[in-house]
Ligand binder design. Structure first.
Ligand SMILES: C[S@@+](CC[C@H](N)C(=O)[O-])C[C@H]1O[C@@H](n2cnc3c(N)ncnc32)[C@H](O)[C@@H]1O
Length: 246
């Protein structure tokens, strides 16, 4: 088995506060989809859970559900575990698994899977392995809920702000830009700054690969495993459910 190479080794400490804006904007649409999961059908998996915004949303939206949060980045596991352990409503129902999703020992029966802001970390070959592995585990009526972030083709993205989050006497800011790196591959370049007023206290530059997936490609690659793709919510959310047919 190959060693997991953590793309969030440096940026993990910034991710949770930077991605909060996505959850503020799309959390209600995600929750609405989650409410359609079949109750009592096995744990709901938060795949690539990061610091646990989605994990917490699953647990609060489905108060009877067991949640399995799979997150391989050690720095993000620390954030996730602290978030879960601090909340009595999560602590008894959420299990944190520090594995790579491709190597995780998932339950035979799963009540649903959330993959928020995750899919581009998997190559086409890895996604193929994922669909093959997940399809037979999905309980009747259960689905994978994921988003296909823009761009879904490898088009360049000019430098744009990700967020600016004031906390106490510091402001945490992120910028992102991307360039095509192959027919289905982007390279993202991120800058994360910590400022006190106008003074820059630290600046981290990171880059990582992101495999683009279009809706058409998602349909084509999941169909062989008896999975059906349907859009969910407003198009700008880029959310899709992937349900086992029959
Ligand atoms: C952009 S973050 C999104 C985090 C979280 N889902 C959210 O939306 O707040 C992507 C996450 O996927 C995780 N990830 C990357 N590769 C993974 C893999 N092979 N298996 C499981 N998680 C992975 C990263 O560690 C990171 O936490």
């Amino acid at each position: 088995m190959t060693e997991y190479d953590d793309p969030y080794r440096t940026s993990g400490r910034h991710l949770d506060i930077m991605i909060r804006g996505w959850w503020d904007h799309h959390g209600a649409t995600v929750a609405e989809a989650l409410r359609a999961l079949p109750p009592g059908s096995g744990p709901v998996v938060d795949a690539g859970a990061g610091g646990g915004h989605g994990t917490r949303l699953i647990a609060r939206t489905l108060p009877e559900a067991e949640v399995l949060a799979v997150e391989p980045s050690p720095v993000l596991v620390a954030v996730l575990l602290a978030r879960v352990a601090d909340d009595p409503g999560l602590r008894t129902r959420v299990t944190v698994d520090g594995d790579d999703l491709l190597a995780a020992d998932l339950p035979d029966r799963i009540g649903g899977v959330l993959m928020a802001n995750l899919i581009g970390h998997f190559s086409p070959h890895e996604r193929d392995r994922l669909w093959e592995d997940l399809a037979p585990r999905l309980a009747p009526g259960a689905f994978v809920l994921l988003n296909l972030p823009e761009p879904t083709e490898p088009a360049p993205v000019g430098r744009s702000p990700m967020g600016e989050v004031p906390v106490g006497g510091r402001t945490y800011t992120g910028w992102a830009r991307a360039e095509a790196a192959g027919p289905e591959l982007l390279t993202w370049h991120m800058t994360y700054e910590t400022r006190a007023g106008d003074r820059v206290l630290s600046s981290d530059e990171v880059r990582y690969d992101w495999w683009t997936v279009s809706e058409a490609a998602l349909r084509a690659e999941t169909a062989p495993y008896g999975l059906a793709v349907a859009p969910h919510g407003p198009a700008e959310a880029g959310l899709y459910t992937i349900t086992r047919e029959g």
